[in-house]
Design a protein around this ligand. Structure first.
Ligand code: NAP
Length: 280
C-alpha cells in the first residue's frame, strides 16, 4: 500500500509557483469573508499565508454577516474591474439570506479561481479544461493521481458525494480522462454495491467512517476528501483509514492528503489567471 502524499506534492507545486510568480509584475488574489465563522476565518488565513509565501498579493475584504446581497454584489463588481486582482474568491458558506449561486454568477469568470462560476463549470463539462478554471479540490485530486502515474482511463471510478464544489467536477474530470464514472449521493441505495467494483474511489461527503474495508475491493485506489472533527478533537476523513489501508493499493491520509493540494491549486489557478491576463 502506497500513501498518496498530498503535503509533499503541494509543497513542490508551491515552490514551483513561487519561482514563476517572480516573473510577473504582480499577481493578486482577493478573498471576501462574510461574517465571523471560525472555520471560514481559519481557511481564509491559511489561504492568505499561502499567498504570501508564494509572493502573491492577497486582498482580504471582511464584511459583516448582516451585509445585504446588493452590497456584496457591489464588492464583487469592484474586484472584477480592479487590475491588481487576478483571482476572486468568496469564502463559503455565506449567510442564509444571501443567494450563493447569484453571488458566484457575478464574479468575472476570468477571475473565478475557485472554478465555481457556471461558465467555468460548463467549460469543464465540455472538456475545455485548459481554457477554464477547475474547482481546486478535484483538480488537486487529479494532480495527485498524475504524480503517482495513476491513469483513470479505462478504470471504474466511483465518486461518493455530488456537491457542485467537489463531487460533480470530480466526476467530470474523471470522465474527461476516459474513466467509467459512477456518482453516488444521499439517495443512492446500497452504496457498497457501487464501491465494491471500483478501481478508484473518491469520497467527499463529510461523514467519518462512511467507507469501510468491506466496501472496497483488493488493491482499490482510495481518495479521501472528507474532513470531520471527532468529539475528541481528532481530524479524520470519510474513510476508515486503519482498516481500508490494509486492502487498498493507494490511499490518501487525512490530514496530509487532499487538503494541502486544494490550497496549492488555488495558487496555481491564480497564477493561471495572471498568465491569461498577460497573454491578452
Ligand atoms: P456537501 O456540499 O455537504 O456535499 C456532500 C455530498 O455528499 C452531497 O452530495 C450529499 O448528498 C452527499 N451525501 C451525504 N450523505 C451521504 C451518504 N451517506 N452517502 C452518500 N452521499 C452522501 O460537502 P462538500 O463541500 O462536497 O464537502 C464534502 C466533504 O469534503 C466535507 O467533509 C468537506 O469538509 C470536505 N472538503 C474537503 C476539502 C479539502 O480540501 N480536503 C475541500 C472541500 C471539501 P445531498 O446533497 O443529497 O445531501
Amino acid at each position: 500500500m502506497i500513501i498518496l502524499d498530498g503535503k509533499k506534492l503541494a509543497d513542490k507545486i508551491r515552490n514551483e509557483l513561487k519561482a514563476e510568480v517572480k516573473m510577473f509584475d504582480h499577481v493578486g488574489l482577493a478573498v471576501i469573508l462574510v461574517g465571523d465563522d471560525d472555520a471560514s476565518r481559519l481557511y481564509v488565513s491559511m489561504k492568505k499565508k499561502a499567498c504570501e509565501e508564494a509572493g502573491i498579493e492577497s486582498f482580504e475584504i471582511k464584511l459583516p454577516s448582516t451585509v445585504t446581497e446588493h452590497e456584496l454584489i457591489a464588492e464583487v463588481e469592484k474586484l472584477n474591474i480592479n487590475n491588481k486582482v487576478d483571482g476572486i474568491l468568496v469564502q463559503l458558506p455565506l449567510p442564509k439570506h444571501i443567494n450563493t449561486a447569484k453571488i458566484i454568477s457575478v464574479i468575472d469568470p476570468k477571475k473565478d479561481v475557485d472554478g465555481f462560476h457556471h461558465v467555468n463549470i460548463g467549460s469543464l463539462v465540455a472538456g475545455m479544461e485548459d481554457n477554464c478554471f477547475v474547482s481546486c479540490t478535484p483538480l488537486g485530486v487529479i494532480k495527485l493521481l498524475e504524480e503517482y502515474n495513476i491513469d483513470p482511463k479505462g478504470k471504474n471510478s466511483v465518486v461518493v458525494g455530488a456537491s457542485n464544489i467537489v463531487g460533480k467536477p470530480m466526476a467530470s474530470l474523471l470522465l474527461n480522462r476516459n474513466s467509467t464514472v459512477d456518482i453516488c449521493h444521499i439517495y443512492t441505495q446500497d452504496l457498497k454495491s457501487h464501491t465494491i467494483n471500483a478501481d478508484i474511489i473518491i469520497v467527499a461527503v463529510g461523514k467519518a467512517n462512511l467507507i469501510t474495508a468491506d466496501m472496497i475491493k483488493n488493491d482499490a485506489i482510495v481518495i479521501d476528501v472528507g474532513i470531520n472533527k471527532l468529539p475528541n478533537g481528532k481530524i479524520v476523513g470519510d474513510v476508515d483509514f486503519d482498516e481500508v489501508s490494509t486492502k487498498a493499493s493507494y490511499i490518501t491520509p487525512v490530514p496530509g492528503g487532499v487538503g494541502p493540494m486544494t490550497i496549492a491549486m488555488l495558487l496555481s489557478n491564480t497564477v493561471k489567471s495572471a498568465k491569461m491576463r498577460l497573454s491578452k
